[in-house]
Design a protein around this ligand. Structure first.
Ligand SMILES: NC(=O)c1ccc[n+]([C@@H]2O[C@H](COP(=O)([O-])OP(=O)(O)OC[C@H]3O[C@@H](n4cnc5c(N)ncnc54)[C@H](OP(=O)(O)O)[C@@H]3O)[C@@H](O)[C@H]2O)c1
Length: 236
């Protein structure tokens, strides 16, 4: 079933952040009735259609409380994420686990708590914000967690089809948000373009949205030899 954005109600994790805030803004622009902005701190909004919720995706009880409070949700956006740039082979394991807790286990916990809400509301839709790093190993633990989320997104699609939930993965390269503020990256996506592509794709019922050329190339590269993905290896 093609998701209906107009008149709908969304729950966005990391809803105060760069992409999360933009998702909220554009959903309301497209006629959403209400957006629950779930984040570590409940940021008050001047817009009564934005309902702030204090949710830590690493705390299952806080997600359960949100699912009880937000029973009208028909779109869940698993958007909360953190990144740390250190080699996985030498990284402090508490940091590796933290990256998985937020980027992977948190997203799974959200789906487990909200799948029944979506089912009660006719199926609705789930969007998992993955990354180009789902297909590019250069970001160590973050890449591994986003690769796991890619796989989980495909599992959710298969498992939730029976209840009529449309499941879409969003993949993107560097995008100008607080997450990337410290990066020395000459070109970055504009979050406005990324979210527009995501919501257009969702409205069309797409299963994956690849938001930019680099991400499309990374996805296509998976069908070639692994050393073609990492030319630095042959330069050694
Ligand atoms: N920006 C990029 O280049 C890029 C590229 C590919 C994929 N992504 C993905 O896009 C998503 C959104 O990222 P963004 O760029 O918009 O980053 P962002 O501006 O840092 O937003 C992430 C949001 O998630 C929140 N968050 C962190 N830990 C949380 C937790 N345990 N529970 C609930 N919320 C939590 C953050 O809150 P605090 O600010 O309070 O920590 C922040 O509001 C992430 O999944 C990221 O991996 C981003």
């Amino acid at each position: 079933m093609t998701p209906q954005l107009e008149g709908g109600t969304a729950f966005i994790t990391g809803g105060n952040g760069g992409l999360g805030g933009e998702f909220a803004r554009q959903l309301l622009e497209r006629g959403a009735r209400r957006v629950y902005a779930a984040d570590l701190t409940a940021a008050p909004s001047a817009d009564p259609r934005i309902v702030p919720l204090e949710v830590d995706v690493t705390d299952r009880a806080s997600i359960a409380r949100a699912a009880a409070a937000a029973g009208d949700v028909d779109l869940v956006i698993n958007n909360a994420g953190i990144t740390v740039r250190e080699p996985l082979s030498a990284q402090d394991m508490s940091i590796v686990r933290r990256i998985f807790d937020v980027n992977f286990f948190g997203a799974v916990d959200v789906v487990q708590e909200f799948a029944p809400v979506l089912a009660r509301n006719g199926g609705g839709a789930l969007v998992d914000v993955c990354s180009i790093m789902s297909w590019n190993a250069r970001s160590g633990a973050y890449s591994a967690a986003k690769a796991a989320l890619w796989s989980a997104t495909n599992s959710f699609r298969l498992e939730l089809a029976a209840q009529g939930t449309h499941v879409m993965g969003l993949y993107l390269t560097y995008t100008k948000t607080p997450l990337t503020v410290a990066l020395d990256q000459s070109t970055m996506n504009d979050p406005v373009d990324v979210v527009r592509a995501a919501l257009d794709g969702l409205a069309r019922g797409e299963l994956e949205v690849l938001a930019d050329d680099d991400t499309r190339a990374a996805r296509a590269g998976l069908s070639g030899p692994v050393d073609a993905l990492y030319p630095e290896l042959s330069a050694r």
